[in-house]
Design a protein around this ligand. Structure first.
Ligand code: PY5
Length: 307
């Protein structure tokens, strides 16, 4: 049984096609070797104004284009065309709020590791998706554990490339975390420093200062991470990008994760070390994040694409 809310249309290679017909051949290159790149984006409906906005659409599509560049995939559409296609598929499905999943993948045509000759297929799927880490995760926080798996290193699968292949690493860590009763895993990098969650960046607060691992420690350059750093600046919360050890997490006053799917999720405990209820700074940033996403903050309206 599919644990996904099906809608009417998916955009594929320039056309809207029925959800059930958006299939691919079992010998598609990316199904065998993970040669795809993707994005995760959200569209929010402001409950007051009832307007819907896609959050930082252009920034996501630009990252998708950068992922293609690293993966040496010729993207057959411009960033503008992909942004327009996203608006088109949301409107066609009449969705007030949704998650958006663009995927560029090497399709059916060759079976060697060398992808030369495989076609490039592009899809944009949308569907309603609730809080990623559980129904009360945003409100009450989640328990997480440090994974025994290390995050892929910068010279293995580059973190700047949001590739499907990288998520085998995330899957191993996520399944281990769930088996131990945690909602999410935190992965260290090969050097043993804190890296990120399986689909989220990580922040800590200690003595009123916000810290997050630098890009050079192997984290995805998250768009929500960048958003939080901008909002912290507005709120005059000092913020640093600095390497963190696992003990820095255990003794932090507040810890939270960020991502398009996970939004801004507080962490209540790490490896049974209690952090506690969502703290003041986490709450302030969460509140401002949703105000911005709902189009209530004038200076950030250019981050939003109205549907
Ligand atoms: N780190 C990793 C490994 C991620 O997969 C993601 C996003 C992030 C950080 C946060 O990036 P951003 O803030 O730009 O979303 N993960 C995807 C998402 O849609 C997929 C999760 C299932 O959030």
């Amino acid at each position: 049984m599919a644990d996904i809310t099906e809608v009417e249309f998916i955009w594929k290679n320039g056309e809207l096609i029925p959800w059930a017909e958006a299939t691919t051949h079992v010998l598609s290159h990316s199904l065998h070797y993970g040669s795809g790149v993707f994005e995760g984006i959200r569209c929010y409906k402001d409950p007051d104004s009832e307007k819907s906005f896609i959050f930082r659409l252009r920034d996501h599509m630009e990252r998708l284009a950068r992922s293609c560049k690293i993966a040496q995939i010729d993207l057959p559409y411009t960033v503008d065309e992909l942004c327009d296609a996203t608006v088109e598929v949301i409107r066609a499905n009449k969705l007030p709020s949704c998650y958006i999943r663009p995927l560029v993948y090497r399709g059916y045509g060759v079976m060697g590791v060398d992808p030369t000759g495989a076609p490039t297929d592009v899809i944009i799927a949308v569907w309603p998706w609730d809080a990623y880490l559980g129904p009360d995760a945003l409100e009450n926080g989640v328990s997480v554990g440090i994974s025994s798996w290390r995050q892929r290193s910068v010279n293995a699968i580059p973190p700047a490339m949001k590739s499907t292949a990288s998520y085998m690493n995330s899957i191993l860590a996520k399944m281990e975390a769930k088996a131990h009763g945690y909602a999410e895993a935190i992965m260290l990098n090969e050097a043993g420093m804190v890296c990120e969650g399986t689909g989220e960046n990580l922040f800590i607060v200690r003595s009123g200062v916000l810290s997050t691992p630098p890009i050079s420690d192997g984290v995805l350059e998250g768009i929500t991470r960048d958003t939080v750093l901008c909002l912290a600046d507005d709120l005059e919360i000092p913020a640093l990008e600095e390497s963190l050890t696992r003990s820095d997490l255990y003794i932090a006053d507040e810890v939270f994760m960020t991502g398009s799917a996970a939004e801004l999720t507080p962490i209540g405990s790490i490896d049974e070390r209690v952090i506690g209820k969502p703290g003041e700074i986490t709450r302030q940033l969460q509140e401002r994040f949703f105000a911005v996403a709902y189009g209530k903050v004038e200076e950030y309206l250019d981050w939003l694409t109205e549907i």
